[in-house]
Design a protein around this ligand. Structure first.
Ligand code: AMP
Ligand code: GLY
Length: 424
């Protein structure tokens, strides 16, 4: 089988790693990919938003399955373009990817179908927002409706902060048309957990849980980033929480999307808050998390291709997922200064230490080859150093030990990934 993966980050590297292990696959392409991914896949320089070029490439090479890793192309309708040409593709169509693409849509869906989430109001203008904010309690959460690189969510502690947020999102249009509508949401407290799941439009199979660390600095300080590290499983995701989510959140979401004429095929990522009143949905995403994928995928025992094909064929009910009874921690090595400004192009040393290992991995997020064919840094997030262990504590120790094996000049990381484990 020939597989094409669309994307270029650590998530796509983890997907490529899993696809390469499938006995069904004999050739992998990745567009555009990165230096690390090229170990498993032939990287082709077509951008993830160039739908027609990607579909032409898939036709020309006789690709049997295309896997879309990223949110932007999914929300933009890449799956519809592939399907219109008769190409097999794993991911939700545009009318289902809206689950991530519009927060107003997802909140309305949850309200309509009784899926637990924070109270909210959707507003369409700054005046409407100001009116609504007169009667809210603080803190309050403001969310730009559309995709905003994970930066469109503002937690405002005072009316003054909320006013500044309204100006930023709805008047100054800092996130562009993503701010045409805005969700004003009740602030929730509790533990955050991410659960990724495979869906075929009717059946849903949740994967093992994970937790991300979104802030740049130790102790959850500093700016929001794409994610500085993850661990899996989450000790806060108990059997009781799992049972509740299966009954009140997961299947209900899939059924709701189907009832709306938007069957969801692909990955639903549930961002959950375990509050004192029980688990509630913080957000939905329509693809694997990054860097959640880097700790969930290495623990999955199934053949990734078999599961994805079952989704595309509507036969997920015939598949049971199984995960190793262990733990995994990913520590992101970033460029000093991320997420604001940083230097790129530094040589990376020590990657050979991970060659052939099946208990530690280095998933590339932002790397490329220089003119001499050496690995150099090429992004804010550079590498995701990932290690397994029998327990979370052991996996964390192994991951931090493994971070010492790789060096580049402006290497930056958080030192407290998985600290919450000690509180469990
Ligand atoms: P989202 O993109 O909706 O997941 O929001 C990004 C982050 O903002 C989440 O991971 C939470 O840490 C935080 N957040 C979002 N919504 C809420 C809420 N209603 N209450 C508290 N924190 C929230
Ligand atoms: N790690 C969060 C995300 O992928 O959205």
């Amino acid at each position: 089988m020939k597989v094409l993966i669309v994307g270029s980050g650590g998530r796509e590297h983890a997907i490529a790693w899993a696809v390469a292990r499938s006995p069904k696959v004999d050739k992998i392409y990745c567009a555009p990919g990165n230096a690390g991914i090229s170990e498993y896949a032939e990287c082709v320089s077509i951008g993830a938003m160039e739908f027609d070029r990607l579909a032409e490439f898939a036709e020309e090479k006789g690709i049997d399955l295309t896997i879309i890793g990223m949110d932007d192309p999914l929300v933009g309708g890449i799956v519809d373009v592939f399907e219109s040409k008769g190409l097999r593709v794993f991911g939700p169509r545009k009318n289902a990817a809206i689950l991530e693409g519009s927060k107003a849509f997802s909140k309305e869906l949850m309200q309509k179908y009784g899926i637990p989430t924070a109270g909210y109001k959707t507003v369409h203008s700054a005046e409407e927002a100001r009116e609504a904010l007169k009667t809210t309690s603080f803190p309050v959460v403001l969310k730009a409706d559309g995709l905003a690189l994970g930066k469109g969510v503002l937690i405002c502690n005072t009316p003054e902060e909320a006013e500044a947020g309204v100006v930023e999102i709805m008047e100054d249009k800092k996130f562009g048309s993503a701010g045409d509508q805005m969700v004003i949401e009740e602030f929730m407290t509790g533990r955050e957990v991410s659960v990724l799941s495979f869906c075929d439009g009717k059946t849903i199979r949740p994967m093992t849980s994970a937790q991300d660390h979104k802030r740049a600095g130790d102790g959850d300080t500093g700016l929001n980033t794409g994610g500085m590290g993850t661990f899996s499983p989450s000790p806060f995701y108990t059997e009781e929480v799992d049972a509740f989510c299966r009954e009140h959140i997961y299947q209900k979401t899939v059924d709701a999307m189907r009832a709306e004429g938007r069957p969801f095929v692909g990955i639903i990522f549930f961002g959950l808050m375990i509050t004192a009143d029980g688990p509630k949905v913080l957000e939905y995403n329509c693809r694997f998390g990054d860097p959640e994928a880097q700790v969930v995928i290495p623990r999955m025992k199934n053949d990734m291709i078999e599961v994805m094909e079952a989704c595309v064929d509507g036969k997920l009910d015939e598949v049971e997922l199984s995960f190793e009874d262990n733990a995994c921690v990913c520590v992101v090595l970033a460029s000093e200064g991320y997420p604001v400004s940083y230097q790129k192009g530094y040589p990376i040393r020590g990657l050979e230490n991970f060659k052939g290992c099946d208990d530690k991995f280095v998933f590339h997020a932002g790397t490329k080859f220089d003119a001499e064919g050496n690995y150099v840094t090429n992004g804010g997030r550079v590498l995701g150093v990932t290690a397994k262990g029998k327990t979370l504590v052991e996996a964390r120790a192994n991951a931090y030990k493994a971070t010492e094996l790789v060096q580049f000049d402006n290497k930056y990381m958080r030192h407290d990934i998985g600290k919450a484990i000690d509180e469990a």
